[in-house]
Design a protein around this ligand. Structure first.
Ligand SMILES: NC(=O)c1ccc[n+]([C@@H]2O[C@H](COP(=O)([O-])OP(=O)(O)OC[C@H]3O[C@@H](n4cnc5c(N)ncnc54)[C@H](O)[C@@H]3O)[C@@H](O)[C@H]2O)c1
Length: 378
Protein backbone atom coordinates (compact mmCIF):
# COMPACT_ATOMS: atom_id res chain seq x y z
CA UNK A 1 0.00 0.00 0.00
CA UNK A 2 1.30 3.42 -0.95
CA UNK A 3 1.92 5.89 1.87
CA UNK A 4 -1.14 7.79 3.02
CA UNK A 5 -1.72 11.17 1.42
CA UNK A 6 -1.30 14.04 3.89
CA UNK A 7 -4.56 15.95 4.04
CA UNK A 8 -5.28 19.41 5.48
CA UNK A 9 -8.79 20.58 6.34
CA UNK A 10 -10.01 24.19 6.16
CA UNK A 11 -13.36 24.80 7.85
CA UNK A 12 -15.52 21.78 8.53
CA UNK A 13 -15.35 22.23 12.32
CA UNK A 14 -17.56 20.44 14.80
CA UNK A 15 -20.21 23.10 14.27
CA UNK A 16 -20.37 22.58 10.50
CA UNK A 17 -22.69 20.62 8.28
CA UNK A 18 -20.26 19.22 5.75
CA UNK A 19 -17.09 18.56 7.79
CA UNK A 20 -18.02 15.07 8.91
CA UNK A 21 -18.84 13.99 5.36
CA UNK A 22 -15.34 14.89 4.20
CA UNK A 23 -13.59 13.42 7.21
CA UNK A 24 -15.37 10.08 6.89
CA UNK A 25 -15.01 10.06 3.09
CA UNK A 26 -11.28 10.70 3.32
CA UNK A 27 -10.82 7.70 5.62
CA UNK A 28 -13.01 5.33 3.61
CA UNK A 29 -10.42 3.67 1.37
CA UNK A 30 -7.46 4.26 3.74
CA UNK A 31 -5.87 6.72 1.33
CA UNK A 32 -5.55 9.83 3.51
CA UNK A 33 -4.33 10.96 6.89
CA UNK A 34 -5.51 14.29 8.31
CA UNK A 35 -2.30 15.97 9.45
CA UNK A 36 -3.21 19.65 9.70
CA UNK A 37 -6.22 21.94 9.86
CA UNK A 38 -7.91 25.21 10.60
CA UNK A 39 -11.32 23.89 11.51
CA UNK A 40 -12.70 27.18 12.82
CA UNK A 41 -11.72 30.86 12.74
CA UNK A 42 -11.32 30.66 16.52
CA UNK A 43 -8.05 28.84 17.30
CA UNK A 44 -9.20 27.54 20.69
CA UNK A 45 -12.26 25.99 19.06
CA UNK A 46 -10.11 24.44 16.35
CA UNK A 47 -7.78 22.94 18.94
CA UNK A 48 -10.64 21.66 21.06
CA UNK A 49 -12.20 20.00 18.05
CA UNK A 50 -8.90 18.39 17.04
CA UNK A 51 -8.62 16.93 20.55
CA UNK A 52 -12.21 15.72 20.38
CA UNK A 53 -11.59 13.78 17.15
CA UNK A 54 -8.10 12.71 18.24
CA UNK A 55 -5.94 14.52 15.71
CA UNK A 56 -2.50 15.76 16.89
CA UNK A 57 -2.73 19.48 17.68
CA UNK A 58 0.80 20.50 16.62
CA UNK A 59 -0.42 21.34 13.10
CA UNK A 60 -3.76 22.90 14.02
CA UNK A 61 -2.95 26.42 12.93
CA UNK A 62 -4.41 29.71 14.11
CA UNK A 63 -5.47 30.68 10.60
CA UNK A 64 -5.13 29.75 6.95
CA UNK A 65 -2.15 32.01 6.16
CA UNK A 66 -0.21 30.50 9.06
CA UNK A 67 -1.03 27.01 7.82
CA UNK A 68 0.48 27.73 4.40
CA UNK A 69 3.48 29.54 5.85
CA UNK A 70 4.32 26.82 8.39
CA UNK A 71 3.68 23.91 6.04
CA UNK A 72 6.01 25.40 3.43
CA UNK A 73 8.80 25.32 6.03
CA UNK A 74 8.43 21.54 6.35
CA UNK A 75 10.30 19.11 4.10
CA UNK A 76 8.14 18.11 1.12
CA UNK A 77 7.76 14.54 2.36
CA UNK A 78 6.11 15.80 5.57
CA UNK A 79 4.13 18.69 4.15
CA UNK A 80 0.36 18.65 3.58
CA UNK A 81 -0.22 17.49 -0.01
CA UNK A 82 -3.88 18.36 -0.46
CA UNK A 83 -6.27 20.67 1.37
CA UNK A 84 -10.04 20.35 1.52
CA UNK A 85 -11.77 23.74 1.56
CA UNK A 86 -15.01 23.43 3.54
CA UNK A 87 -15.56 27.03 4.64
CA UNK A 88 -18.37 29.43 3.70
CA UNK A 89 -18.23 30.30 -0.01
CA UNK A 90 -16.38 33.65 0.06
CA UNK A 91 -13.24 32.00 1.45
CA UNK A 92 -12.95 29.36 -1.30
CA UNK A 93 -11.26 31.74 -3.77
CA UNK A 94 -8.49 33.25 -1.60
CA UNK A 95 -7.75 29.86 -0.06
CA UNK A 96 -7.70 27.90 -3.34
CA UNK A 97 -5.60 30.60 -5.01
CA UNK A 98 -2.88 30.58 -2.37
CA UNK A 99 -2.88 26.79 -2.18
CA UNK A 100 -2.57 26.31 -5.94
CA UNK A 101 0.13 28.99 -6.19
CA UNK A 102 2.13 27.18 -3.52
CA UNK A 103 1.87 23.73 -5.07
CA UNK A 104 -0.84 22.14 -2.92
CA UNK A 105 -3.59 20.02 -4.45
CA UNK A 106 -7.12 21.22 -3.69
CA UNK A 107 -10.45 19.59 -2.97
CA UNK A 108 -12.99 22.42 -2.90
CA UNK A 109 -16.61 22.59 -1.88
CA UNK A 110 -19.09 24.18 -4.25
CA UNK A 111 -19.87 26.86 -5.25
CA UNK A 112 -16.26 27.11 -6.39
CA UNK A 113 -15.96 30.88 -5.91
CA UNK A 114 -18.29 33.87 -5.69
CA UNK A 115 -17.82 35.02 -9.30
CA UNK A 116 -16.97 33.53 -12.70
CA UNK A 117 -13.98 35.85 -12.96
CA UNK A 118 -12.49 34.40 -9.78
CA UNK A 119 -13.00 30.91 -11.19
CA UNK A 120 -10.99 31.88 -14.29
CA UNK A 121 -8.17 33.18 -12.07
CA UNK A 122 -8.05 29.81 -10.32
CA UNK A 123 -8.12 27.97 -13.64
CA UNK A 124 -5.09 29.98 -14.71
CA UNK A 125 -3.34 29.33 -11.40
CA UNK A 126 -3.90 25.59 -11.76
CA UNK A 127 -2.62 25.59 -15.34
CA UNK A 128 0.75 26.84 -14.04
CA UNK A 129 1.19 23.87 -11.69
CA UNK A 130 0.63 20.13 -11.76
CA UNK A 131 -1.87 20.49 -8.94
CA UNK A 132 -5.06 18.43 -8.96
CA UNK A 133 -8.30 20.27 -8.30
CA UNK A 134 -11.58 18.56 -7.54
CA UNK A 135 -14.90 20.26 -6.91
CA UNK A 136 -17.09 18.16 -4.67
CA UNK A 137 -20.28 17.65 -6.61
CA UNK A 138 -20.94 14.79 -4.22
CA UNK A 139 -23.76 13.14 -6.15
CA UNK A 140 -21.46 12.25 -9.06
CA UNK A 141 -19.85 9.73 -6.71
CA UNK A 142 -22.95 7.54 -6.48
CA UNK A 143 -22.53 4.22 -8.35
CA UNK A 144 -25.86 4.56 -10.17
CA UNK A 145 -25.08 8.12 -11.29
CA UNK A 146 -21.80 6.86 -12.66
CA UNK A 147 -23.77 4.08 -14.33
CA UNK A 148 -26.07 6.65 -15.96
CA UNK A 149 -23.04 8.44 -17.39
CA UNK A 150 -21.54 5.24 -18.77
CA UNK A 151 -24.86 4.00 -20.22
CA UNK A 152 -25.53 7.31 -21.97
CA UNK A 153 -21.96 7.31 -23.30
CA UNK A 154 -22.50 3.76 -24.64
CA UNK A 155 -25.71 4.82 -26.41
CA UNK A 156 -28.17 2.92 -24.18
CA UNK A 157 -30.85 5.61 -24.53
CA UNK A 158 -29.89 6.74 -28.03
CA UNK A 159 -29.63 10.43 -28.78
CA UNK A 160 -30.41 12.56 -25.71
CA UNK A 161 -33.20 15.06 -26.45
CA UNK A 162 -34.68 16.09 -23.06
CA UNK A 163 -33.17 16.67 -19.62
CA UNK A 164 -35.06 17.32 -16.40
CA UNK A 165 -33.38 17.77 -13.03
CA UNK A 166 -35.04 18.89 -9.88
CA UNK A 167 -33.30 19.71 -6.60
CA UNK A 168 -35.88 20.58 -3.96
CA UNK A 169 -35.35 21.26 -0.26
CA UNK A 170 -37.58 23.01 2.27
CA UNK A 171 -35.16 23.90 5.09
CA UNK A 172 -34.93 27.64 4.46
CA UNK A 173 -38.66 28.05 5.20
CA UNK A 174 -37.80 28.12 8.90
CA UNK A 175 -35.50 31.12 8.29
CA UNK A 176 -36.80 33.07 5.32
CA UNK A 177 -40.23 33.86 6.74
CA UNK A 178 -38.71 35.42 9.88
CA UNK A 179 -37.35 38.94 9.20
CA UNK A 180 -34.70 38.78 11.90
CA UNK A 181 -33.49 35.28 11.13
CA UNK A 182 -33.19 35.90 7.41
CA UNK A 183 -30.62 38.62 8.05
CA UNK A 184 -28.36 36.37 10.13
CA UNK A 185 -27.51 33.23 8.08
CA UNK A 186 -24.43 33.35 5.85
CA UNK A 187 -26.19 31.65 2.95
CA UNK A 188 -28.48 34.72 2.60
CA UNK A 189 -25.65 37.24 2.98
CA UNK A 190 -24.16 38.20 -0.42
CA UNK A 191 -20.84 39.09 1.25
CA UNK A 192 -20.41 35.51 2.44
CA UNK A 193 -22.41 33.44 -0.04
CA UNK A 194 -21.77 35.39 -3.25
CA UNK A 195 -24.27 36.51 -5.89
CA UNK A 196 -26.73 33.67 -5.39
CA UNK A 197 -28.02 31.50 -2.59
CA UNK A 198 -30.22 28.64 -3.76
CA UNK A 199 -28.78 28.30 -7.26
CA UNK A 200 -25.20 28.53 -6.00
CA UNK A 201 -25.95 26.13 -3.16
CA UNK A 202 -27.93 23.39 -4.91
CA UNK A 203 -28.89 24.53 -8.43
CA UNK A 204 -25.23 24.19 -9.38
CA UNK A 205 -25.26 20.51 -8.32
CA UNK A 206 -28.28 20.01 -10.59
CA UNK A 207 -26.49 21.75 -13.47
CA UNK A 208 -23.41 19.61 -12.96
CA UNK A 209 -25.49 16.42 -12.86
CA UNK A 210 -26.92 17.17 -16.31
CA UNK A 211 -23.48 17.72 -17.84
CA UNK A 212 -21.87 14.86 -15.90
CA UNK A 213 -24.42 12.25 -16.92
CA UNK A 214 -24.97 13.32 -20.53
CA UNK A 215 -21.44 14.45 -21.41
CA UNK A 216 -23.18 17.38 -23.17
CA UNK A 217 -22.73 21.07 -22.46
CA UNK A 218 -25.53 23.46 -21.56
CA UNK A 219 -25.19 26.36 -24.01
CA UNK A 220 -27.85 28.82 -22.91
CA UNK A 221 -30.28 29.33 -20.07
CA UNK A 222 -33.33 31.37 -19.04
CA UNK A 223 -33.87 31.78 -15.31
CA UNK A 224 -36.76 32.89 -13.11
CA UNK A 225 -35.88 33.33 -9.42
CA UNK A 226 -38.01 33.86 -6.35
CA UNK A 227 -36.69 35.97 -3.46
CA UNK A 228 -40.01 35.87 -1.56
CA UNK A 229 -39.41 39.12 0.37
CA UNK A 230 -38.35 42.57 -0.83
CA UNK A 231 -35.67 42.89 1.86
CA UNK A 232 -34.10 39.55 0.87
CA UNK A 233 -31.34 39.91 -1.75
CA UNK A 234 -30.77 36.22 -2.36
CA UNK A 235 -32.70 33.70 -4.44
CA UNK A 236 -34.38 30.91 -2.50
CA UNK A 237 -35.97 29.26 -5.52
CA UNK A 238 -35.29 29.15 -9.24
CA UNK A 239 -36.65 27.59 -12.40
CA UNK A 240 -34.22 27.49 -15.30
CA UNK A 241 -34.88 26.49 -18.89
CA UNK A 242 -31.78 25.05 -20.51
CA UNK A 243 -30.75 24.52 -24.13
CA UNK A 244 -27.90 22.22 -24.95
CA UNK A 245 -28.45 22.23 -28.66
CA UNK A 246 -31.18 23.19 -31.12
CA UNK A 247 -33.07 19.98 -30.37
CA UNK A 248 -31.78 19.15 -26.87
CA UNK A 249 -33.62 21.10 -24.22
CA UNK A 250 -34.79 20.79 -20.68
CA UNK A 251 -35.21 22.25 -17.25
CA UNK A 252 -33.19 22.69 -14.05
CA UNK A 253 -35.32 23.39 -10.98
CA UNK A 254 -33.95 24.24 -7.54
CA UNK A 255 -35.75 25.35 -4.42
CA UNK A 256 -35.13 25.67 -0.71
CA UNK A 257 -38.73 26.66 0.04
CA UNK A 258 -40.27 23.45 -1.33
CA UNK A 259 -42.10 22.77 1.91
CA UNK A 260 -41.59 19.29 3.29
CA UNK A 261 -38.85 18.37 0.81
CA UNK A 262 -35.59 17.13 2.38
CA UNK A 263 -32.83 16.52 -0.16
CA UNK A 264 -34.99 15.85 -3.20
CA UNK A 265 -32.54 15.69 -6.06
CA UNK A 266 -34.01 13.78 -9.00
CA UNK A 267 -32.71 13.55 -12.54
CA UNK A 268 -34.29 12.21 -15.70
CA UNK A 269 -32.54 12.04 -19.06
CA UNK A 270 -34.57 11.06 -22.11
CA UNK A 271 -33.22 9.87 -25.46
CA UNK A 272 -34.80 8.59 -28.66
CA UNK A 273 -34.32 4.97 -27.53
CA UNK A 274 -34.98 5.17 -23.80
CA UNK A 275 -34.93 7.12 -20.57
CA UNK A 276 -32.97 6.99 -17.30
CA UNK A 277 -34.24 8.20 -13.94
CA UNK A 278 -32.47 8.45 -10.59
CA UNK A 279 -33.35 9.96 -7.21
CA UNK A 280 -30.86 10.89 -4.50
CA UNK A 281 -33.14 9.85 -1.65
CA UNK A 282 -33.39 6.36 -3.18
CA UNK A 283 -29.92 6.15 -4.70
CA UNK A 284 -29.55 2.43 -5.24
CA UNK A 285 -32.19 2.23 -7.97
CA UNK A 286 -31.59 3.43 -11.51
CA UNK A 287 -34.73 3.20 -13.63
CA UNK A 288 -34.20 2.30 -17.26
CA UNK A 289 -37.35 2.92 -19.25
CA UNK A 290 -38.55 2.59 -22.81
CA UNK A 291 -41.72 3.07 -24.83
CA UNK A 292 -41.74 -0.59 -25.85
CA UNK A 293 -40.01 -2.67 -23.15
CA UNK A 294 -40.93 -3.25 -19.49
CA UNK A 295 -39.30 -0.96 -16.91
CA UNK A 296 -35.88 -2.19 -15.73
CA UNK A 297 -34.22 -1.35 -12.44
CA UNK A 298 -30.43 -1.42 -12.25
CA UNK A 299 -28.82 -1.77 -8.81
CA UNK A 300 -25.23 -1.25 -7.60
CA UNK A 301 -22.57 -3.90 -7.32
CA UNK A 302 -23.86 -6.26 -10.02
CA UNK A 303 -21.54 -7.38 -12.78
CA UNK A 304 -23.86 -5.87 -15.41
CA UNK A 305 -22.80 -2.40 -14.28
CA UNK A 306 -19.92 -0.44 -15.85
CA UNK A 307 -16.40 -0.52 -14.44
CA UNK A 308 -16.77 3.09 -13.24
CA UNK A 309 -19.94 2.22 -11.35
CA UNK A 310 -18.49 -0.98 -9.87
CA UNK A 311 -15.43 0.91 -8.70
CA UNK A 312 -17.80 2.91 -6.49
CA UNK A 313 -19.20 -0.01 -4.49
CA UNK A 314 -17.38 -1.64 -1.62
CA UNK A 315 -19.79 -4.40 -0.66
CA UNK A 316 -21.76 -7.08 -2.53
CA UNK A 317 -25.22 -6.14 -3.91
CA UNK A 318 -27.92 -5.56 -1.30
CA UNK A 319 -25.78 -3.61 1.16
CA UNK A 320 -27.06 -0.04 0.76
CA UNK A 321 -24.37 2.61 0.39
CA UNK A 322 -25.13 6.33 0.49
CA UNK A 323 -23.82 9.87 0.50
CA UNK A 324 -20.73 9.15 2.63
CA UNK A 325 -19.74 6.47 0.13
CA UNK A 326 -20.39 8.83 -2.80
CA UNK A 327 -18.00 11.40 -1.31
CA UNK A 328 -15.58 8.56 -0.48
CA UNK A 329 -15.52 7.67 -4.17
CA UNK A 330 -14.58 11.24 -5.09
CA UNK A 331 -11.73 11.17 -2.55
CA UNK A 332 -10.62 7.81 -3.96
CA UNK A 333 -10.42 9.27 -7.49
CA UNK A 334 -8.48 12.29 -6.24
CA UNK A 335 -6.04 9.98 -4.43
CA UNK A 336 -5.36 8.14 -7.69
CA UNK A 337 -4.78 11.43 -9.48
CA UNK A 338 -2.42 12.70 -6.77
CA UNK A 339 -0.44 9.47 -6.89
CA UNK A 340 -0.18 9.70 -10.67
CA UNK A 341 -2.18 6.50 -11.15
CA UNK A 342 -4.60 5.96 -14.00
CA UNK A 343 -8.16 7.05 -13.35
CA UNK A 344 -11.42 7.46 -15.20
CA UNK A 345 -12.35 11.11 -15.82
CA UNK A 346 -15.73 10.37 -14.23
CA UNK A 347 -14.13 9.72 -10.82
CA UNK A 348 -14.22 13.33 -9.69
CA UNK A 349 -15.41 16.66 -11.14
CA UNK A 350 -12.32 18.63 -12.22
CA UNK A 351 -11.49 22.33 -12.71
CA UNK A 352 -13.57 22.60 -15.88
CA UNK A 353 -16.71 21.61 -13.96
CA UNK A 354 -15.84 24.11 -11.23
CA UNK A 355 -15.47 26.92 -13.76
CA UNK A 356 -18.61 25.93 -15.70
CA UNK A 357 -20.57 25.87 -12.46
CA UNK A 358 -19.67 29.51 -11.81
CA UNK A 359 -20.52 30.41 -15.41
CA UNK A 360 -23.93 28.78 -14.89
CA UNK A 361 -24.59 30.57 -11.57
CA UNK A 362 -23.59 33.96 -12.92
CA UNK A 363 -25.60 33.48 -16.13
CA UNK A 364 -28.75 32.57 -14.20
CA UNK A 365 -28.40 35.67 -12.02
CA UNK A 366 -27.94 37.80 -15.15
CA UNK A 367 -30.92 36.20 -16.90
CA UNK A 368 -33.19 36.77 -13.93
CA UNK A 369 -31.99 40.35 -13.41
CA UNK A 370 -32.53 41.31 -17.04
CA UNK A 371 -36.16 40.18 -16.89
CA UNK A 372 -35.85 36.46 -17.61
CA UNK A 373 -33.98 36.55 -20.89
CA UNK A 374 -31.88 33.90 -22.62
CA UNK A 375 -28.18 34.12 -21.70
CA UNK A 376 -25.40 32.14 -23.39
CA UNK A 377 -22.82 30.40 -21.23
CA UNK A 378 -19.25 31.38 -22.12
N1 LIG B 1 -21.24 19.11 -1.56
C1 LIG B 1 -22.35 19.29 -0.90
O1 LIG B 1 -23.31 18.58 -1.11
C2 LIG B 1 -22.43 20.37 0.14
C3 LIG B 1 -23.37 20.29 1.18
C4 LIG B 1 -23.38 21.29 2.16
C5 LIG B 1 -22.49 22.36 2.08
N2 LIG B 1 -21.62 22.43 1.04
C6 LIG B 1 -20.67 23.56 0.93
O2 LIG B 1 -19.69 23.43 1.96
C7 LIG B 1 -19.28 24.71 2.43
C8 LIG B 1 -19.53 24.78 3.94
O3 LIG B 1 -20.89 24.59 4.18
P1 LIG B 1 -21.45 24.14 5.59
O4 LIG B 1 -22.90 23.92 5.40
O5 LIG B 1 -20.62 23.06 6.17
O6 LIG B 1 -21.24 25.51 6.39
P2 LIG B 1 -21.25 25.68 7.98
O7 LIG B 1 -21.59 27.10 8.22
O8 LIG B 1 -22.08 24.62 8.60
O9 LIG B 1 -19.72 25.40 8.40
C9 LIG B 1 -18.66 26.25 7.98
C10 LIG B 1 -17.41 25.90 8.77
O10 LIG B 1 -16.34 26.74 8.33
C11 LIG B 1 -15.69 27.27 9.49
N3 LIG B 1 -15.05 28.55 9.14
C12 LIG B 1 -15.62 29.76 8.91
N4 LIG B 1 -14.69 30.67 8.65
C13 LIG B 1 -13.48 30.05 8.69
C14 LIG B 1 -12.14 30.47 8.53
N5 LIG B 1 -11.83 31.73 8.24
N6 LIG B 1 -11.16 29.53 8.66
C15 LIG B 1 -11.45 28.26 8.96
N7 LIG B 1 -12.71 27.80 9.16
C16 LIG B 1 -13.71 28.69 9.01
C17 LIG B 1 -16.81 27.43 10.52
O11 LIG B 1 -16.29 27.56 11.82
C18 LIG B 1 -17.56 26.12 10.28
O12 LIG B 1 -16.92 25.06 10.97
C19 LIG B 1 -20.11 25.74 1.65
O13 LIG B 1 -19.36 26.24 0.60
C20 LIG B 1 -21.30 24.93 1.13
O14 LIG B 1 -21.85 25.42 -0.06
C21 LIG B 1 -21.57 21.45 0.09
Amino acid sequence: MAKKIRLGILGGGGDSLIGILHRVASQMYDNYEIVGAVFNPNHEESLAFAREIDIPTNRIYKDFDTLVEEELKLPKEERIQVCSILTPNFLHFPMAKKLLENGFHVICEKPFTTTYEEALVLQEAQAKTNAILAITHTYTGYPMVRQMREMIKAGAIGKVHKVDVRYYQGWINSIIHDKEKRSTVWRLDPKKAGISSCIADIGVHAFNMVEYTTGLRIKSILADFNYLYDDNQMDVDGTILVRMDKHVKGIVRASQVATGEENGLAIAIYGDKGGLRWEQENPNYLKVQSDTEPLQIFKPGHAYNSELSLDGTKLPPGHPEGIFDAMGNIYKGVARAIRGEEYNDGEFPPMLDAVRGMDFIESTVESNKKGNVWVDLK
